[in-house]
Ligand binder design. Sequence first.
Ligand SMILES: [Zn+2]
Length: 178
Amino acid sequence: MNHQPFESWLLNEDPLTPQQRGELNLHLADCENCGTLDGSLRAMEKALRSAPMAAPVSGFTRRFQMSLPARQALEQRRLLQRFFAIALLLTTGIFTLLAVTSLFSSGPAAWVNLFLQSVVRAAIVFQQTEDVIGNLIQVIPVPILVLVWIATTLTVCFLSLGWAASIWKIASLGAQTK
Ligand SMILES: [Zn+2]
């Protein structure tokens, strides 16, 4: 006996036309093979529908929600640390570049001294700023944090530029007075 297209109709989820439905019912009436298939499919469907939903472990949702702010704070702290590391690297890089280009006009020892002092001072300032912001993160809601974040980025950019400009000025003046 030819079981097609009836087998495909049973296995496919596509809805049948009334005519197809009629043909299938006729075939199922005298084909044991397709009748068995139809029966198993219906039984499986019924079992799936009546299977109880796997209940989440008690307290899981609450624990997840409770740990969310903590995880957000951790993520923001990581971003902040990366941001300050990059800002520190950039300013140090700019300063190093300026210092190296000025080495020819001033004494190397004086420049190394100034460079080391600046790096240490910058590290301390960045560390203090980061501590303050890190504490604020625990209290301030996220939208305000984003605004503060943007403001801080701009401020540090301007400060870095100002710092680089003043260093450049000192370097040029030093060259001129010689
Ligand atoms: Zn059949």
